[in-house]
Design a protein around this ligand. Structure first.
Ligand code: SF4
Length: 345
């Protein structure tokens, strides 16, 4: 990892570099969080359409040449994918990745933390929206809170540092737990990021009334833990960071009320090889047919360059402008790729 010569980064129409790539390795999940997967049944991506690890590796070579330096493995729930530590080992061996991270719901983490660490995974982000067993069961339709908490312990025990805890704050569900989740993070050495409930299209039933804005999140933190001070040096990171009087640092991802598209260097590949240059994008670019087609790999490099150079995405900003203008929300996309659990968050 690391050592690749400093190539001129590929810039989009807003001079944003292609730096951060999220790779979904499955659209399946072992939880059913109501703000992400409200439906009872889903049309899963057929197994034969899911990219094989070797295909992901081939793609990564081209993205690294195009300037990618940060790679995040996502899902659905990535720990459901068999032999994931083998993919991690392959990616960790690539020249150029400066940050190799993974986002998980933590249910299978206690069993897999040691293997992922040994394979070279650098960092973990674990999703946890409540510390209340009954609320967890109601939100996810699974009784797995204890397994997630065991996963957090296991990650620390095998040496993962810089672990983040992602909490989606939904009004009427968990805004009252903001202080206790922060205290939990401090006790377990993980940095909590409170995420504003956001609408990324798909059939999630999002409503603005259920958004707890950044200001209110900070006010709830301040009333319990003292006034937080902003931490400088955000760069292109989605979270704005804050420090409490006792030194505890936490983050807020305010994609709904304070979008951060101006510096966005992120894009996503779905498990079936479609590249989305924005979380709000409704159309992806198909790499699978290039990977499995007769053409030379050069076609992949050409697609990456031509698409990124034309990129103008500012999806969250446009969504906010539409809401402020009282405009109608675009209809939920019929394409399964519109769903958060397919795009990989
Ligand atoms: S909405 Fe799109 S452009 Fe804006 S920060 Fe998210 S991914 Fe980037």
């Amino acid at each position: 990892m690391g050592r690749r010569a400093a190539l001129m980064p590929l810039l989009d129409r807003h001079d944003r570099p292609l730096r951060s790539l999220r790779i979904s390795v499955t659209d399946r999940c072992n939880l059913r969080c109501s703000y992400c997967m409200p439906a009872a049944e889903y049309r899963w991506i057929p197994h034969e359409a899911v990219l094989r690890y070797e295909e992901i590796l081939r793609l990564l070579h081209h993205f690294l040449r195009a300037g990618v330096r940060r790679v995040r493995i996502t899902g659905g729930e990535p720990l459901l994918r068999l032999g994931l530590d083998n993919l991690v080992r392959m990616l960790a061996g690539l020249d150029g990745i400066e940050d190799l991270a993974l986002t998980t719901n933590g249910v299978l983490l206690a069993e897999q933390a040691a293997a992922l660490r040994a394979a070279g995974l650098g960092r973990l982000t674990i999703s946890l929206d409540t510390l209340d067993r009954e609320r967890f069961r109601r939100l996810t339709r699974r009784d797995d809170l204890a397994r997630v908490l065991a996963g957090i312990e296991a990650a620390a025990a095998v040496g993962f540092a810089g672990t983040k805890l992602n909490t989606v704050v939904v009004r009427g569900f968990n805004e009252d737990e903001i202080p206790s989740l922060l205290a939990f993070g401090r006790e377990h050495g993980v940095e909590v990021r409170f995420i504003e409930y956001m609408d990324v299209g798909g059939g999630t039933g999002w409503s603005e009334e259920r958004v707890v804005p950044q200001e209110e999140i900070l006010a709830r933190v301040a009333s319990a833990h003292g006034a937080p001070q902003p931490v400088a040096g955000r760069g292109s990171a989605p979270a704005a960071r804050w420090r409490l009087p006792d030194g505890t640092v936490f983050g807020v991802i305010a994609a709904t009320t304070a979008p951060f598209c101006a510096d966005c260097d992120r894009s996503r590949i779905t498990a079936d090889g479609h590249w989305f240059t924005c979380l709000h994008a409704t159309r992806g670019h198909d790499f699978r047919s290039l990977l499995r087609g007769p053409g030379p790999d050069q076609a992949i490099a050409h697609l990456i360059e031509s698409v990124w150079r034309r990129r103008e995405d500012r999806g969250a900003e446009e969504a906010r402008a539409r809401r402020l203008a009282g405009g109608p929300e675009p209809p939920a996309g019929a394409d399964r790729h519109a769903e958060m659990h397919v795009k990989g968050g």
